[in-house]
Write a protein that binds this ligand. Structure first.
Ligand SMILES: NC(=O)c1ccc[n+]([C@@H]2O[C@H](COP(=O)([O-])OP(=O)(O)OC[C@H]3O[C@@H](n4cnc5c(N)ncnc54)[C@H](O)[C@@H]3O)[C@@H](O)[C@H]2O)c1
Length: 244
C-alpha cells in the first residue's frame, strides 16, 4: 500500500530538479500526479512516465492558474495535494537588482505559490481535505542573501502560516519546506566554483550538499496523512547549515 494511494497531486515545476523527484516519489507512493511547468519540452519527457500528466502552467499568471485548477478538478475529480515548487533563482547582488528583476522574481516565486493556494485551496476546502506544501528556502530564515530571491522566499514563509490559519478549519493543511543548497539544474552553475563548493560543504555540519531526494521525502510526509495533525509547520532541510 502506498502513502498516497488514490490521491491526486499537483507539483508545480515538476519537470526538473526537486519537482521531478517529488513527482517520481509521489507516483511510487500511489498518487496520480499532474506535473505543471512552463518548460514544455521537459514536460513532454515527464509525461512519458506512468501516472504522470504534464500540463503547461505559468505560475505567475493568475488566469492561467484559475483555468488550470478548474481543468484538473474536472479531469481528475479532486485535488488532494498541491506542491508549490516552481521557482527561479538569481545570482545578482543587491546593487544590480532592478525593479523589473524584483517584480519578475516576486511574480514567479511569490505570487506563483500564492496563486496556487488562492485557486486550489477552495477546491480542497469543498472536499474538506487537502495538503499544500510550499517550497521556500533556507535563505528566508537566515541572513544568507540580501536580494530579491531571499525576499521572495520570505514571502512564501509568511503566507504559508497565514494560509494554514485561514484554511485549517476547512480541513486544508499548509506547510513549508526550507531547502539548503540542493544539487539540481538551478545550482548547476556552482559546480564551476570548486573552491566555493568545497567551502560550503565544509561549513555544513552533515558535510555534503543536499539531493532532490532529501527534499522529496520530507514533502511526501507533509503531503500524506502521516502528517494529518501538522499545519503551519516549517521544516529546514539543509544539513544543519542554518542551525549554526
Ligand atoms: N536547488 C536549491 O539549492 C534550492 C534551494 C532552496 C530552494 N529551492 C527551491 O526549490 C524549488 C525547485 O528548485 P530546483 O532546484 O529544482 O530548480 P530547477 O530549476 O531544477 O526547477 C525549477 C522548475 O520550475 C519551473 N519554472 C520556472 N518558472 C516557472 C513558471 N513561471 N511557471 C511554471 N514553472 C516554472 C522550471 O521550468 C523548472 O522545471 C524552487 O522553488 C527553488 O527556489 C531550491
Amino acid at each position: 500500500m502506498g502513502r498516497l494511494d488514490n490521491k491526486v497531486a499537483i507539483v508545480t515545476g515538476g519537470a526538473s530538479g526537486i519537482g521531478e523527484k517529488i513527482v517520481d516519489l509521489f507516483v511510487s507512493e500511489g498518487a496520480t500526479v499532474i506535473a505543471a511547468d512552463i518548460n514544455e519540452a521537459a514536460l513532454e519527457k515527464a509525461s512519458q512516465k506512468q501516472k504522470v500528466h504534464g500540463m503547461k502552467l505559468n505560475v505567475a499568471d493568475d488566469q492561467a492558474w484559475a483555468d488550470f485548477a478548474k481543468e484538473v478538478k474536472e479531469k481528475f475529480g479532486r485535488i488532494d495535494v498541491l506542491v508549490n515548487n516552481a521557482g527561479i533563482s538569481s545570482e545578482k547582488g543587491y546593487q544590480d537588482i532592478t525593479l523589473d528583476d524584483w517584480n519578475k522574481m516576486m511574480a514567479i516565486n511569490g505570487f506563483g505559490a500564492f496563486a496556487g493556494i488562492k485557486h486550489v485551496a477552495p477546491i480542497m476546502a469543498e472536499q474538506k481535505a487537502g495538503s499544500i506544501v510550499n517550497i521556500s528556502s533556507y535563505t528566508a530564515q537566515i541572513g544568507q542573501g540580501f536580494n530579491h530571491y531571499s525576499a521572495s522566499k520570505g514571502a512564501v514563509r509568511a503566507f504559508s502560516k497565514a494560509a494554514a490559519t485561514q484554511f485549517g478549519r476547512s480541513g486544508v493543511r499548509v506547510n513549508a519546506v526550507f531547502p539548503g543548497i540542493i544539487e539540481t539544474p538551478m545550482t548547476a552553475a556552482l559546480t564551476q566554483y570548486k573552491e566555493l563548493l568545497n567551502q560550503l560543504v565544509q561549513a555544513t555540519p552533515l558535510q555534503r550538499l543536499g539531493q532532490p531526494d532529501d527534499i522529496a521525502k520530507a514533502v511526501l510526509f507533509f503531503a500524506s496523512d502521516d502528517s494529518s495533525y501538522v499545519t503551519g509547520a516549517e521544516l529546514v532541510i539543509d544539513g544543519g547549515f542554518s542551525a549554526q
